[in-house]
Design a protein around this ligand. Structure first.
Ligand SMILES: Cc1cc2nc3c(=O)[nH]c(=O)nc-3n(C[C@H](O)[C@H](O)[C@H](O)COP(=O)(O)OP(=O)(O)OC[C@H]3O[C@@H](n4cnc5c(N)ncnc54)[C@H](O)[C@@H]3O)c2cc1C
Length: 409
């Protein structure tokens, strides 16, 4: 019988492709076009250096100062965000040193094979050229930023992330487009995609060409039946043997009626786009500023920052004014007028690990959501893990830290 994937973002389409390539008959449901959600406007980076969870003591300690700074990468809407106080308490609990250590090992397992998983997937779609293997940079503007990055550099070393320490003049020689910085790190194993939206569309095209079905429907409810799961949408229903929930920030509302409560928050992020600039061959993250500058196909994209707001709140375009100001400061007068701006909703769990696997032991419904800042990075690996779980294969690494059930224990 059919396996249904709810959500055609990068995670849902990667799961659908992995299952399809393993010989399964797969249906994907989404009321929007593939990649129209958070996956549309991300920074495009396959961030294999992301091995330290954002739930950790130094991030928590920095929150009050960030909230008081108008140019800060973090913004909390003054209106009440339902559930956020409890979510923050859980984040504090996940920031205990032992939990950070476990989370970091889990993240390292997840990102280690990210580039090779994407290469395999994109080659199967005959679209290998979408992936660029030029590494990425982390720029420290001041000695203070460099000092603050000490923990991150230590953990990256411990997890085996390749990194080269660079002096400011070496950064300037490699990234002449960027204003002078104090120091930098180069990650040779990071990659980026030329167009995040096109990547999802490519997966969707390959999926349909190989016999998969894409239905333009919002799934309203999932219910168990004797042989599997019934998906209900307006005037429509489908019986599936298994269901993968990959509905991004809306995933929790599909899990709750099945008895699985997941504390999923929405972390909004923004991007601004400019004409491409010369002298930026690879993405660069600016330490302490919460954004990346990525040379996409025909566009320089500045993407990042975090805004906690109600999921239905209108975009606050002052956040993109900050990004634009920062971009002009870093790239100077060569920068074109602003070409586009965008806001997306990252689905984030308080321990900053995604939920991947059966809702509970033996369930026929699987989670593939909560990928926060690394959904593009880890989508293809998530597809592999989901495939292993659905087909009862030996997982390629311990999936327990990603269990959607972990918040019940
Ligand atoms: C500014 C910014 C920069 C980022 N940069 C990076 C980066 O460089 N690298 C990286 O790895 N990650 C990055 N991310 C994170 C990444 O974009 C997300 O983790 C990822 O897009 C999440 O993908 P998704 O498929 O889970 O969600 P989405 O892309 O939001 O897809 C979910 C889909 O589910 C559908 N849906 C919802 N409810 C239902 C329903 N009931 N029935 C059917 N369908 C439903 C939606 O319509 C949507 O299409 C960034 C995020 C932001 C905001």
């Amino acid at each position: 019988m059919t396996i249904a994937v709810v959500g055609a973002g990068v995670v849902g389409m990667a799961c659908a492709r992995a299952l399809q390539r393993a010989g399964q008959q797969v249906v994907v449901l989404d009321p929007e076009l593939p990649g129209a959600g958070c996956s549309h406007g991300n920074a495009g980076v396959i961030a294999v250096d992301h091995v330290l969870p954002l739930a950790r003591p130094d991030v928590l300690r920095g929150l009050p100062a960030m909230l008081g700074d108008p140019d800060s990468p973090l913004y909390l809407k003054p209106t009440r965000v339902p559930g956020l106080a409890g979510w923050m308490l859980r984040m504090a609990w996940a920031s205990r040193p032992a939990a950070v250590e476990r989370g970091s090992i889990a993240l390292a397992n997840l990102v280690r094979g990210a580039v090779s998983a994407w290469i395999e997937e994109l080659e199967s779609c005959a679209a290998g050229e979408l992936l660029v293997r030029a590494g990425s940079y982390l720029a420290y503007e001041t000695p203070r930023h460099y000092a603050k990055g000490k923990i991150q550099r230590r953990v990256m070393r411990e997890r085996g992330v390749a990194a080269q320490d660079l002096h400011g003049r070496e950064v300037a020689a490699r990234l002449p487009a960027l204003a002078p910085v104090y120091r930098g790190l180069y990650h040779p194993d990071t990659a980026h995609v030329l167009n995040p939206r096109r990547l999802v569309e490519t997966l969707a095209t390959a999926f349909c060409a190989a016999g998969g079905t894409l239905h333009t429907r919002r799934v309203e409810r999932l219910s168990m039946n004797e042989t599997g799961v019934t998906l209900t949408a307006q005037n429509w229903r489908l019986d599936a043997s298994r269901v993968v929930i990959a509905a991004g920030w809306r995933s929790a509302e599909l899990c709750a009626p099945l008895g699985c409560t997941v504390p999923l928050a929405v972390e909004m992020g923004y991007h601004v786009g400019f004409d491409p600039v010369d002298g930026l061959a690879a993405p660069v993250a600016i330490a302490g500023r919460g954004f990346m500058a990525t040379p996409l196909d025909g566009e320089l994209r500045i993407a990042g920052t975090v805004e906690f707001a109600r999921a239905e709140a209108a975009p606050d375009w002052r956040r993109t004014d900050i990004l634009e100001r920062q971009a002009r400061r870093l790239f100077g007068p060569v920068l074109s007028p602003l070409r586009n701006r965008w806001r997306g909703s990252r689905p984030t769990l308080p321990d900053f690990l995604p939920a991947i696997g059966p809702l509970r032991h033996g369930s026929m419904v699987y989670a593939a959501f909560g990928h926060h800042h690394i959904g593009l990075t880890t989508a293809a690996v998530t597809g592999q893990l989901i495939c292993d779980a659905v087909l009862g294969r030996q997982p390629r690494f311990d999936p327990a830290p990603f269990s959607p059930d972990r918040f019940h224990r």
